[in-house]
Design a binder for this molecule. Structure first.
Ligand code: APR
Ligand code: PHB
Length: 389
C-alpha cells in the first residue's frame, strides 16, 4: 500500500490529523494497535480551549460538541475550603468547552467511517523505517500477515508509550522529564455535578477536582500517592475522602453513587526535543506529557496536529518546506508554555511529601496573591483558556 502520510496512533492527535489532511486533499492512513472499542473505553480529560473547539468545528466534527458540550465561563479554586472564582469571561473574554475526550474521539471516528478513510485497527508490531532517507515506510502485522505502507511522511501520534519516539536514535533526541510522586484517582459517576463549574481544591489531605461530563454525569479526582493501588479504594472510601477535601457547604451537595469507572493516572511532565527527524514528526502525547492539572493535554495534541497539517498542506500545495522546517520550533514554543502552566497549577494545588511547612506557606501565599490581584487571576485565566500570542 502507498499513502502520502502514514499516521501511527488513533487517539485524538492521529484522528484530528487524519481529518485535517483529508480536508486538505492529502491522502493518509491511520494505523492503531488497539481496537476501536478499546480506544473509546479510555476515560480522559474533558476541557477544550476555544482554539481546539475552532479546529474541531472547522473540520466538520463540532456538531455534537456544540449541542452536548457545556460552555464554561470560569472555574473555582478552593484552598483549605476558601473559595475563589476565576471568571474567564470577565478576565480575558474567553470560555472553555467541557466535552469529554472520549466523545471527541468518537466524533472523529464516526467522521472517518462516513468518508471511508482508511484506518487499520489492531495492527501489531507497528514500526517506522527509513524516515531519514527518501523512502519512509511503516510496517505492521495483522492476523499473522505482514504489511508495509510506503509513504512520504510518518506522523508519530502514538502516545507516550508509542513506538515512533522510541525508534529515533538516542543521540538525536533529548528528553526533559519530571515525575511527581503523585497520582490522580478518578471516578466517573452518573450523578449531577456538585457545582455548575469545575472546582480545583487544595487541601492538607491532598488535591481534589470536581469535574463533569454532562449535567447528569460527573468526574471526580483525589490525589493519591503514585504507588497507590486502585483496589484499596472502595466507592465509600473515595466519597469520604473527596468530601473531606472540599469546602463543607459544597461537600454537603455532593451526590454520590456507584462508580462506573475508577482508575489511577500518574502525574508527569515530559518534553522531547526536537519533534522532527527527517520525514518523521512527533505530535500529541508522543511528543509531550503534562500533569492533568491545567487540562492541557488534549488541547496541546490538537494544536500540534493543526500546525503539522498546515505544514504538510504547504508542502504539497505550494511546494514549500518552510512549514515543515518550522514545525518543531513552533510546537515546542506552545509546548513549553503549557508545560510551565501545568507545572505551576500542579505545584499550587497538590500536597507534596517533601515540601514542609515552608512549602505550604508559599502555596497559601500564591493562593492569596490570586485572591488579591486581578492581574494574577488574569494570568491564570489567560493560560487556562489557551494563551496564543
Ligand atoms: N502502534 C500503533 N498505535 C499505537 C502504538 C503503536 N506501537 N502505541 C500506541 N498506540 C496508540 C494508542 O493505542 C492510542 O490509541 O496511539 C494512540 C495514542 O493516543 P493518545 O494516548 O490518546 O494520545 P494523543 O492522541 O496524543 O492524545 C493526547 O490523550 O492522554 C491524553 O492527556 C492526553 O488528552 C491528551 C491526549
Ligand atoms: C476531567 O474532567 O477529567 C478533567 C478536567 C480538568 C482537568 C483534568 C481532568 O484539569
Amino acid at each position: 500500500m502507498r499513502t502520502q502520510v502514514a499516521i501511527i496512533g488513533a487517539g485524538p492527535a492521529g484522528l484530528t490529523l487524519g481529518r485535517l489532511l483529508e480536508r486538505a486533499g492529502i491522502d493518509a492512513v491511520v494505523i492503531e494497535q488497539r481496537s476501536p472499542e478499546y480506544v473509546l473505553g479510555r476515560i480522559r480529560a474533558g476541557v477544550l480551549e476555544q482554539s481546539a473547539v475552532d479546529v474541531l468545528r472547522a473540520i466538520g466534527v463540532g456538531a455534537r460538541m456544540d449541542t452536548e458540550g457545556l460552555p464554561h465561563d470560569g472555574v473555582e479554586l478552593s484552598f483549605d475550603g476558601d473559595m475563589l472564582r476565576i471568571d474567564f469571561e470577565e478576565l480575558v473574554g474567553r470560555k472553555v468547552m467541557v466535552y469529554g475526550q472520549t466523545e471527541v474521539t468518537r466524533d472523529l471516528m464516526d467522521a472517518r467511517a462516513e468518508t471511508g478513510a482508511v484506518s487499520i485497527y489492531e495492527a501489531e508490531n507497528v514500526a517506522a523505517h527509513d524516515f531519514d532517507g527518501a523512502s519512509p515506510r511503516v510496517t505492521y502485522t495483522k492476523n499473522g500477515q505482514s504489511f508495509e505502507i510506503a509513504c512520504d511522511f510518518i506522523a508519530g501520534c502514538d502516545g507516550f508509550h508509542g513506538v515512533t519516539r522510541a525508534s529515533v536514535p538516542k543521540g538525536a533526541i533529548h528528553n526533559f522529564e519530571r515525575i511527581y510522586p503523585l497520582g490522580w484517582l478518578g471516578v466517573l459517576v452518573d450523578q449531577p455535578p456538585v457545582a455548575p463549574e469545575l472546582i480545583y481544591a487544595h487541601h492538607a489531605r491532598g488535591f481534589a477536582l470536581c469535574s463533569m461530563r454532562s449535567e447528569t454525569r460527573s468526574r471526580y479526582y483525589v490525589q493519591v500517592s503514585a504507588s497507590e493501588d486502585v483496589a484499596n479504594w472502595s466507592d465509600d472510601r473515595f466519597w469520604d475522602e473527596l468530601r473531606a477535601r472540599l469546602n463543607p457547604e459544597i461537600a454537603e451537595n455532593l451526590k454520590t453513587g456507584p462508580s462506573i469507572e475508577k482508575s489511577i493516572a500518574p502525574l508527569r511532565s515530559f518534553v522531547a526535543e526536537p519533534l522532527r527527524f527527517g520525514s518523521l514528526f512527533l505530535a500529541g502525547d508522543a511528543a509531550h506529557i503534562v500533569p492533568p492539572t491545567g487540562a492541557k493535554g488534549l488541547n496541546m495534541a490538537i494544536h500540534d496536529v493543526a500546525v503539522l497539517a498546515e505544514a504538510l498542506t504547504e508542502h504539497y500545495g505550494e511546494k514549500s518546506k518552510a512549514g515543515i522546517d518550522a514545525y518543531s520550533a513552533r510546537v515546542l514554543t506552545n509546548t513549553w508554555r503549557a508545560e510551565r502552566f501545568s507545572w505551576w497549577m500542579t505545584q499550587l494545588l497538590h500536597t507534596f511529601p517533601d515540601s514542609g511547612d515552608f512549602g505550604r506557606r508559599i502555596q497559601r501565599a500564591d493562593f492569596d496573591y490570586l485572591r488579591a490581584s486581578r492581574i494574577a487571576r488574569q494570568s491564570l485565566a489567560e493560560n487556562y483558556t489557551g494563551f496564543k500570542p
